[in-house]
Design a protein around this ligand. Sequence first.
Ligand code: SF4
Length: 288
Amino acid sequence: MAEVSGFCGGVKRALGLAYDACRQCAGRVYVAGELVHNKEVMENVKAAGIKLLRDYDLKKITPEDALLIRAHGCPRGQWAKFHKLFNTVIDGTCPHVGRVSKMVECESEKGKYIIIIGDKSHPEVQTLASFAKDDKICIINSEEELDHLQDNLGQVLVIAQSTIDESSFRNFANKISKIYLHAEIKDTICGSSRRRQRAILNFKKKGIQAVVVVGGIHSNNTRTLVQIAQKIGLPAFHVETATDLPIQKLKTFKVIGVIGGASTDEETTKQMVANLLTLGNQMENPSH
Ligand code: SF4
């Protein structure tokens, strides 16, 4: 099991705020979008009474109800709308996302053009992009999009989605520096993602033969971990629960590394390790 496991700081904080709100709020607690991209965690959150805010809920909101902004943050334009709808809005934005949003806002006010390396459909990227002024922003996720960048953007600031692969950020940043010689590069990958990505690289150094990555199918940071493992030649299996473990395939490896994504409970990852150890014992002692 990788040394780094369990919820990242941002997810832990947002979940804590969600459960506190459930205990303290006299009305219902809504969350603006999936609190985390993890089915198991979302089931627990829903069981605690937290509701996903949907359009049809808007007419039913009472003064006692509260809204939680998730760790990915929320686009700047939506804040006013939410404050109009709810008397209580709880900011669960991850502090890292908050700091990078502030950076985008400040540098954009100085006139810089912002380039975000990341997935434009991801809520965190949409939050960051909303802090840029006058549409002086673009989001890049492929070489092709890089080729379409105009050459007269003025002063440029390049930042990263918090969960993207460090090496691909470096690759994009190098290429952009060659186009815009004075571009300022800020590696804004968060500490939690960086540590998990490096844990995968360490798996390879330790002679681990395959990797099981535990996390939500739609979790961006979990998918990145799978891709990093595959990129360095380690077979990688993305599983959400123990029932997803591809037992037959895993039986062909002697040493398996297990790591959880940022929105995966440490207990779930530990359970996965326990299941694999049981499988290993059964293979060594088939009669038991
Ligand atoms: S992955 Fe990083 S940026 Fe995202 S919530 Fe966790 S700590 Fe914050």
